[in-house]
Design a binder for this molecule. Structure first.
Ligand SMILES: [Zn+2]
Length: 262
C-alpha cells in the first residue's frame, strides 16, 4: 500500500493530482474524466473524493462523468452553488478530512477567479505539508487575474507565502519553463533563479514534471513573490519607464501586466 501523490496529465499542460493513501485516492481538479478513469483502472484504487479549487472548465469538466461513474463520491469545492456537483461547499478556515488521517484547511485565495480556494495540509502524508493551489501560485509565476484585481491576487499570494517553507506546492499546470524564462528578465541578478532554471530544464528534458515546488523555492526564485526586492522593483520600473513604485502591490500589478503582454 503506497501513500503518494501522482500527476495525471490532462489536456496539453494540466496536472490532475491524485493523492493516494493505501487503496483509496482523491483527485484534485479533474478537468477531464478520461485520464482519471484510466488511472483508477490501472492502479485499482478507489476514488474517495474530489477536490475542486475553482470553477474553470479545465478544472471541473470531468466532474459529471466521474459522478455518473461513482455516484455519491464527495466533491469538496468553493461555496456559491455555481459549480454543479459540489457536495461539500467550503469557505475560508474550513477543515475537511477527505481521507482518514489527512486533514486539509481551506484558504480563500481570490484573484485568478473570485471563487478560488486552496487546500493546505499541515501534516501531509507522513511528510512535509501539502498545498494544492490550482491556478493561484505557479512554479516561477502566478495565475492570470481574470476576475479579481491585482491587490486581491497579491493578498492571496501573500497568504500562501506565510505557509512553512518546506510546504510542497502542487499547482495545476506545467508552466514552469515559460514562467522562469520571464522571471529571468524580471530578476536578472538572482543566482538562485538561474540555478533553478538548469534544474527544471533537466527535468523537462527527461519529460518529468517540475512539480511539486516548495514555498521556500518560490520565495527565492518567483518574481511575483519578490516584489519587495529592489532588483525586481527596478526592472519593473525600467520596463514601464516610470519611477520605482513605493508599494509592493503596485509593483506586483505592473509585473503581472508586463507578463500578460510579454
Ligand atoms: Zn483557472
Amino acid at each position: 500500500m503506497s501513500n503518494a501523490i501522482h500527476p495525471i496529465p490532462a489536456f496539453t499542460d494540466n496536472y490532475i493530482w491524485a493523492i493516494r493513501c493505501g487503496n483509496q485516492c482523491l483527485v484534485v481538479d479533474p478537468g477531464d474524466a478520461t485520464p482519471v478513469l484510466s488511472y483508477l483502472e490501472q492502479t485499482q484504487v478507489k476514488l474517495a473524493g474530489i477536490l475542486i479549487t475553482h470553477h474553470h472548465a479545465d478544472h471541473t469538466g470531468g466532474l459529471n462523468t466521474l459522478l455518473n461513474t461513482f455516484p455519491g463520491c464527495p466533491v469538496y469545492g468553493p461555496q456559491g452553488n455555481h459549480i454543479k456537483g459540489i457536495t461539500i461547499a467550503l469557505g475560508d478556515g474550513d477543515q475537511l478530512e477527505p481521507l482518514p488521517g489527512l486533514t486539509f484547511k481551506v484558504l480563500t485565495v481570490p484573484g485568478h477567479t473570485l471563487d478560488h480556494i486552496a487546500f493546505f495540509a499541515s501534516e501531509g502524508l507522513n511528510g512535509p505539508p501539502l498545498l494544492f493551489c490550482g491556478d493561484t501560485l505557479f512554479a516561477g509565476g502566478c495565475g492570470r487575474i481574470f476576475e479579481g484585481d491585482p491587490g486581491m491576487m497579491y493578498t492571496s499570494l501573500s497568504r500562501l507565502t506565510e505557509l512553512p517553507d518546506q510546504t510542497q506546492v502542487y499547482c495545476a499546470h506545467e508552466y514552469t519553463m515559460a514562467n522562469l524564462g520571464f522571471a529571468a528578465k524580471a530578476d536578472p541578478d538572482n543566482s538562485a533563479l538561474f540555478t533553478r532554471i538548469k534544474t527544471e530544464q533537466s527535468k523537462r528534458e527527461k519529460n518529468e514534471p517540475t512539480l511539486p515546488s516548495t514555498i521556500g523555492i518560490e520565495l527565492r526564485t518567483n518574481p511575483f513573490l519578490r516584489c519587495h526586492n529592489t532588483e525586481v522593483a527596478t526592472q519593473v520600473a525600467q520596463h514601464w519607464n516610470k519611477d520605482v513604485a513605493s508599494s509592493a502591490t503596485e509593483i506586483f500589478a505592473d509585473l503581472r501586466r508586463w507578463k500578460d503582454n510579454a
